[in-house]
Write a protein that binds this ligand. Structure first.
Ligand code: GCW
Length: 668
């Protein structure tokens, strides 16, 4: 037996499409037969169809259609290039694209259709054309070279062990898995670049990195590294990392020439600077733009890009200080330089202004910045959302984020429009997820967390897909094609984010988690701490005043969002405590008081989690035992967690407020 699951590329035997004539001959048109991606595509189609349908198709590759003059450095052209179409013509199936990657995506479309047991004839009788929604569709690994993973809940790293890079069958299967859902970029090391990882840009690792880059390139995936901003000091022997210091610039020039020569497939770097103890340009009185531009100018001649994170805030705050607002930090640090970032810099912005809580407003940088390349960062590693113990299907949340209207322009003003490059005609843009994988047998700890890995890729590739469509594909391809099983798991996945929200932090307030580990309830865990993460509860009420009477954060949005958030009357219930400090007796739009909402949602959240666990139990014997047991065991832990959250939050606020539950349920 393999030591890892095949997930959605299991290619088990299928009943439908066995007689399909057009699958006997498949034409790949638009790229050369000698191209590695094309070779991999041919192998994938042959083995996949053979395993699912019992015959091997004849595959013809024709290089027609290549646009040799294509400028791949421009975002728009990348989208053009990666677009594919599939259709039945005469007696064969034609997969066409202007690039080898597009052909690969077309092939995976066909394999998905077969794996989901949809009719090939119906699916492709008229031409199906798909153009990816985003130029960059990226995964960020927070893997450390000692094999640990920061915020990893699925075992150890499959990239590193004891400061060495691992390359084996799993590396290639990982590339296949993520390419199959449309990922085209991957950062393979933690943004906190320390210890051995600082030496990734040295001789010690070039050879292995070059090999890794080749494997990824064979599946249309660009390799990126996280960079230690202070490399000049840590490995360069200089005493400064000042981006305007000539010695620093000279060191980087020489270094980058070497790095791009030794790792020819390298596409660029991700940088976390001036954040949570990491060094950065602020140390030298320089701006974030100074730091990013210095590196970008140097990597430009190699076609490289610098992805610079906006997660810059004061993590040494005094809890007594009510003026400093962590939520403002990203905006305050990056907005003033809008227009100054050079054209191969992309700012990578977390979806919310804080840090991947179960409910946050959209970062006001998205819709604020108008002259800067932008990328959205979401987190499928469930750091604050159940750590792959609790089931939490995040695609509905990502759909909300992408659909958010920022009012930054007359048309095309949603987050999806901004990051796909449409709104500001950006050259480089896209979406990244902090990934949830590790070397566990099933890759993601909980099998159901695989839906977030699968779903993130699918959504990044085609933002128009619904959460339901994505969940259904995932289940059919990974667990079972039985309609009843599909229904049961859909009913578990789709409401899971709401359920998790209900039994954890109410009304957008966030942060009532156990400090450091971030799993489990601790209402006051972060209340008197230095991280800028407070709920400000007293005997009368709770919430953070971010209106114009408070920190003014609400006014960072474009109108009408600013006014909407600024007043509790117009602020949506689910964020009202993020923006306002309200009495427990305040009546929400739902008609409930704040305190009654807290009680009701927590009782409901637990009950619904329990119902999901029971639904899962009904699958015993109907699905693979290994999957069944894995998720069952996680559900047991989820219920313990949900019960603690419910009872601690309810009890805490009952004791603070002295207001009993209208329904007289048990509070401790
Ligand atoms: O949420 C915080 C995490 C850190 C992480 C940081 C970041 C990689 O708790 O573990 O560091 O975010 O995004 O940089």
């Amino acid at each position: 037996m393999e030591n890892y699951a095949k997930l959605w590329l299991g290619y088990t035997e299928k009943k439908n499409n066995r007689e399909s004539k057009c699958l006997k001959k498949i034409v790949l048109s638009g790229a050369a037969e000698s191209d590695t991606i094309v070779k991999n595509t041919v192998l994938e189609l042959k083995s996949g169809i053979k395993a699912m349908l019992g015959f091997e198709p004849e595959i013809i590759v024709s290089a027609d259609n290549i646009l040799s003059s294509m400028d791949l450095s421009s975002g728009k052209y990348i989208l053009d290039a990666e677009e594919y179409s599939v259709q039945i013509e005469d007696d064969g199936l034609f997969i066409e694209s202007k690039s080898a990657s597009g052909i690969l995506y077309g092939a995976f479309d066909v394999l998905r259709t077969i794996a989901c047991e949809k009719s090939i004839e119906k699916s492709y009788s008229s031409v199906k054309t798909v153009r990816p929604s985003n130029p960059l569709r990226m995964l960020n690994h927070w893997d450390n070279m000692d094999g640990s993973i920061e915020r990893g809940y699925s075992g150890r790293s499959f990239f590193y062990k004891n400061d060495e890079i691992i390359i084996d069958e799993r590396t290639k299967d990982y590339a296949r898995l993520i390419a199959s859902v449309g990922i085209n970029a991957v950062v393979i090391n933690n943004v906190n670049v320390k210890s051995a990882a600082s030496y990734m840009i040295t001789d010690r690792y070039f050879e292995k990195l070059a090999q890794l880059g080749e494997i990824f390139a064979g599946y249309g995936i660009g390799l990126y590294l996280s960079l230690n901003y202070a490399s000049t000091i840590e490995i360069g022997g200089l005493d400064s990392a000042d981006p305007l210091d000539e010695r620093v610039i000279a060191w980087w020039k020489e270094k980058m020439a070497e790095v791009f020569k030794k790792i020819p497939t390298l596409k660029g770097f991700l940088v976390k600077a001036d954040s949570e103890g990491r060094p950065g340009p602020f140390t030298y009185g320089r701006t974030q733009a100074d730091g990013a531009n210095m590196l970008a100018d140097i990597v430009k001649e190699y076609g490289g890009i610098i992805i610079w994170r906006c997660f810059v805030y004061n993590c040494r705050q005094d809890w007594r200080d009510r003026k400093t607002d962590r939520a403002r930090a990203g905006y305050d640090n990056f907005m003033p330089m809008d227009g100054d970032y050079h054209d191969n810099v992309i700012l990578q912005i977390k979806n919310g202004p804080m840090d991947f809580q179960i409910r946050e407003p959209i970062s006001p940088l998205l819709g604020g910045l108008k002259k800067t390349n932008q990328m959205l960062e979401v987190q499928i590693a469930q750091e604050y959302t159940g750590q792959q113990i609790d089931v939490c299907y995040l695609i509905p949340e990502f759909k909300e984020i992408l659909g958010f209207k920022t009012y930054c322009s007359e048309t095309d003003d949603t987050v999806a429009d901004i990051i796909n490059g449409k709104t500001f005609n950006s050259r480089f843009s896209g979406i990244a997820a902090v990934t949830n994988t590790g070397n566990d047998f099933n890759w993601t700890g909980n099998y159901l967390a695989g839906a977030n890995l699968f779903g993130f890729g699918r959504l990044a590739f085609d933002t128009s897909l619904t959460s339901e469509e994505i969940a259904e594909e995932f289940i059919r391809m990974t667990v079972s094609g039985d309609d009843n099983v599909v229904d049961v798991i859909m009913n578990i996945l789709l409401p899971s984010r709401d359920i998790y929200e209900k039994y954890t932090c109410p009304l957008g307030i966030g942060w009532m988690v156990t400090p450091a580990t971030h799993y489990g309830c601790s209402v006051d865990g972060y209340e008197y701490d230095r991280w800028g993460t407070y709920h400000r509860a007293d005997h009368l009420g709770l919430g953070v005043d971010r209106s114009d009477n408070g920190t003014g954060y609400a006014l960072l949005y474009n109108e009408p969002n600013a006014s909407m958030y600024n007043s509790p009357e117009s602020c949506p219930d689910d964020l009202v405590l993020f923006f306002h400090h309200l009495p427990y007796t305040y009546v929400l739009h739902s008609g409930k008081t704040v305190i009654q909402h807290i009680y009701d949602s927590h009782f409901e959240g637990y009950d619904e989690a329990e119902r999901s666990a029971k639904e899962w139990d009904s699958l015993k014997g109907k699905i693979d035992d290994e999957i069944f047991e894995n998720v069952s065991e996680r559900f047991k832990r989820q219920l313990i967690n949900a019960r603690e959250w419910r009872d601690q939050v309810n009890t805490y606020f009952y004791r603070k407020s002295g207001i009993p539950d209208e329904k007289g349920r048990q509070i401790w």
